[in-house]
Every structure is written in structure tokens, then in C-alpha cells.
Design a protein around this ligand. Sequence first.
Ligand code: DAH
Length: 338
Amino acid sequence: MPEDIKEKLSELGREALEILEKADTVAEIENLRIKYLGKKGLVTGFMRQMGSVSAEERPAVGQVANRVKTDLASAIKSKLEALSDAEEAKTSLDVTLPGRRHRRGHRHPITRTLNEMCDIFIRMGFDIAEGPEVESDYYNFEALNFPKDHPARDMQDTLYINDNVVLRTHTSPMQIRTMEKKKPPVWVVIPGKTYRRDSDVSHTPMFHQVEGLVVDKGITFGDLKGVLTVFVHQFFSPDTPLRFRPSFFPFTEPSAEVDIGCVICHGSGCRTCGYKGWLEILGSGMVDPEVFKFVDYDPQEVSGFAFGVGIERVAMLKYGIDDLRLFFDNDLRFLKQF
Ligand code: DAH
């Protein structure tokens, strides 16, 4: 009789495990648990028959019953865990979906233009330098030969921090800072932010310039023309016409502005060039001997030239952009075109 009960108990256990193997929903497993291990379940029913087993046999039968119970209970537990892991994996990750593409960013058109310009000058042997945007009146004006109350200061709508400190109105103060630090030969370009109190389609309060300065023995206006011609031909195109037009800046003598043939009408005259056929792109000139006095350079020994280019201005001409403010709106529909 006890052998019979033990055999049946084991049989019941195997049967339950087989059904569990095939079950694949939580409900099925729960039904199975109730059927075998519940209060009125089959295994429990056998335990009730323990009364009919003799006292000596009871421990052996009890042992089998317990083993069947715990084996089944732990198998049910692992199966439920496996199911819930699979369920979770289904909702959080579908490995059969195609991957999501990462959108690739790129440099802002101003940064790109600035880098392109600097690269051209680097190939001609120039160094790159940078300087402060908050500048003293001395570097922004005084040492560049703009005396106090000189009318030329009106050319620049200056943003003042106080009587002696300004947001630099141009990158030219770096000419002075460079020459203070270094003896000739100097071949340097300085890109950076500049500020003026001005705002419309072609002016923003902050804009960018690239300054250039060359000082050495025997530098002539011919060198200035050569360097700026190479720059224009490499930056725009080798057949872009350019001209040097006399101008005035307090820190250069003689001074010249450079015009290029209008990129829109190619010289026949249109609204962009004001029907002149030419567009101004930069200011330049031979460094004024007065400026050399501020940095202890001897004008009898050395001579030099300088130039300043507006980066937004040349970027607009190169890429055909008609509103300067587009550069600073950060509208992706605009930026994605570069
Ligand atoms: N600093 C001038 C401006 O912002 C541009 C300029 C003109 C720079 C002549 C130069 C130069 O270096 O030689 O209008």
C-alpha cells in the first residue's frame, strides 16, 4: 500500500511537470497550480490519505510527497519568471525592428566660412591668433590712431561698457596686441566676434571679422594686392574680377577697399550691387607709421599692410543669402542647406 502511494505521488509529479513544460500563459500555469497544489488539489488529496499509512511508513511517504510538492512549486516559479522576462523584453525591445538613424549635425555656415578663410591664409604662411572681445579704448581706438574726439570714431557705433572699456567694434585692436608681443616678421590672421550698435537686414549687433597683418622689411602695396588677390580667387573663384578702390582708415595710409564683380549680375548692374556692378568686401591698407610708434616698431626699418574682412558679408555673397539675420535665427530649415 505505501509503495503504491509513493509510486502514484511520483507519477502525479511527473505528469504535472510535463503539463507545465507545455504551458505558455500565466493563466494556464495558475490553473495547473490549483489543480495539483491547491487546497483541493491532487497532491494535497494524497497527503490526506496519510492517515491510512502505518506509523513506520509515514515518514518515507511524507518525504516523497514533500519532494513532489517542492519540485513542482519551484518549477512553477521559474516558469512564471521566464514568462514575465519574455513579456518585458517584448514591450521594451523588438530586435527585429530596423535601427533608428542618428541625425548628423554639421558646422554653422559662419564657422565653416571662417575656417575656409583661415585655411587659405594658413596655406600662404600666416599664423592664426585670437583676442579679447571686451577691449580697452586704448586698443580699440587710441593705438590705432583714432585720437579722442577724432571724427573717425563716428564710423563705428560703439557699445561702451564704461568710458574706457568697449565691446570691440573691429578685430583691428589685435594688430596692436600682436605687435606688442612679437618682433617682425609678422604674418598673422585673427578671426573673431565684433560688436556695433546697429540692426537691420544687413547689420546685426554682433558679427564676425577676420583681421590680417603683415609686417616685415620691404613689404609693399604690391604684397597687399598679391595676398588679397589670391584670397579672393581662392575663396570665390579664380575668375572673380576685383578692384582696389582708394579709401580712408586712421590706422592705414594709403588705404584701399576691395570690391569684387557682383556675384548676382556679374557686373551688368542689379539691386544687390546698387546697379554699380561691384560689391565691397573688405578694408585694407599699408600700416600707418603713426601706429608703429605705439608698439616700438621702427618705420624706417619695417613696413606692413593690414586688412579686415566681414565674415557674414562674404558668406552671404558666396552662398547667395539675402538676409544677415538668417545666420542667427538658428532655423534648421536654413542651416540644413549647408
Ligand atoms: N577695422 C576696419 C572696420 O572694421 C576694417 C579694416 C580696414 C581693417 C582697413 C584693416 C584695415 O586691417 O587695414 O571697418
